[in-house]
Design a protein around this ligand. Structure first.
Ligand SMILES: O=C(O)C(=O)C[C@H](O)[C@@H](O)CO
Length: 352
């Protein structure tokens, strides 16, 4: 009886695109929910999520029972860590921050038993062999391990062609976020230079015959990657899905409640000037419409202000969301207008 077949590895070898999702909740219950979605693979993130071997194992267990395949990302590519992940029964691993062919070769050795590799032999204790219930595990395990590595900085990209010659690396994942950071575009993986480097790298990986992979939430980039021949594509992240939908649902709930609104006025002959100054000042942060007589400024937070200028006064209506801080918003509006009206005695009276 051989080691369990790695259907994910087989699909990559056959060039069949596999759509996956990053799961970073670091919780088996959440992983079990994700596993009902039907993704081909789920990346259990041991690098950026608060996971340890135990939590990785619990998530792998619940995913294995579904139609999805677990792929575990290690925090870093250490031989002893790989040994533990494989003995725990993980068959597909993703190793971050690979930047040389020597490093890739060491990782290949780490996932293989002697004489080809250095994986320690402990299968009699290991879940991977079903605790020695799989008699042929030792001689069949290597073939079912899928080793995926991440190239995600300038050094790795420079060594990519040599890395792609390393036998035993089943796929190479380009990490846009970390590559962007190393390219001087921290937080801006969508920068044209970064996207160009990513697509060039993916094309080289595909041309080498190895599987190419990436995580991107951008639908256009996802389409482009599949057109390039990417075969392990992660299109979502559970944490961001959950966080964004919770925030949106909280806002839509509060939208059922009345806004907090207050009016105010200031006697001045420069009402139109100050109105236009305030609208221009906040035009880069919020949604702004104005002319010489009236203006509206709205922010994503729910804070907004309407202004009307006459020849003698500036009239204001300030509002915040039901849970917003109206007093703080009034102070912000007052402070900005006082700064613009520094040449005169300017008092803004609120009708609260
Ligand atoms: O560099 C990248 O991009 C990745 O390796 C994926 C990120 O680590 C993932 O956390 C999403 O930002």
């Amino acid at each position: 009886m051989p080691a369990p077949q790695n259907v994910f590895k087989a699909a990559l070898k056959a060039g069949e695109p596999q759509i996956g999702c990053w799961i970073g909740m670091a919780d088996a219950y959440a992983a079990e929910i994700a596993a009902t979605a039907g993704f081909d693979w789920l990346l259990v993130d041991g690098e950026h999520a608060p996971n340890d071997l135990r939590s990785i194992l619990e998530q792998v267990r619940v995913i294995e029972g579904s139609g999805s395949v677990p792929v575990a990302r290690l925090p870093i590519g250490e031989t002893w860590m790989i040994k533990q992940y494989l003995d725990a029964g993980v068959q597909s691993i993703l190793v971050p921050m690979v930047e040389s062919a020597d490093q890739a070769r060491a990782l290949v050795r780490a996932v293989q038993y002697p004489p080809r590799g250095v994986r320690g032999v402990g299968s009699s204790l290991a879940r991977a062999s079903q605790f020695a219930a799989i008699p042929d595990y030792l001689t069949t395990a290597d073939e079912e391990i899928c080793l995926l590595i991440q190239v995600e900085n300038n050094a790795g990209m420079a060594a990519l062609d040599e890395i792609l010659t390393v036998e035993g690396v089943d796929g190479v994942f380009i990490g846009p976020a970390d590559l962007a950071a190393d390219m001087g575009q921290l937080g801006n993986a969508g920068h044209p230079d970064v996207e160009q480097a990513v697509t060039d790298g993916l094309a080289r990986i595909v041309a080498s015959g190895k599987a190419a992979g990436i995580l991107t939430l951008d639908p256009a980039m996802q389409r482009n990657c599949l057109d390039l021949g990417v075969t392990f594509l992660a299109t979502e992240i559970d944490v961001t899905l959950f966080a964004k939908s919770m925030r949106a649902k909280a806002q839509s709930g509060f939208a059922l409640l009345p806004q907090q609104i207050v009016t105010g006025q200031a006697e001045t002959g420069n009402a139109s000037k100050y109105l236009q100054q305030l609208c221009k000042h906040w035009s880069h942060k919020g949604q702004v419409e104005f002319d010489v007589y009236a203006g509206t400024i709205s922010f994503a937070s729910g804070n907004s202000v309407k202004l009307k200028a006459t020849s003698e006064a500036l009239e204001i209506e300030a509002s915040v969301s039901p849970r917003g801080d109206l007093d703080r918003w009034k102070i912000a509006i007052t402070d900005h207008l006082k700064r613009f009206a520094f040449r005169e005695e300017f008092e803004l009276y609120w009708n609260n």
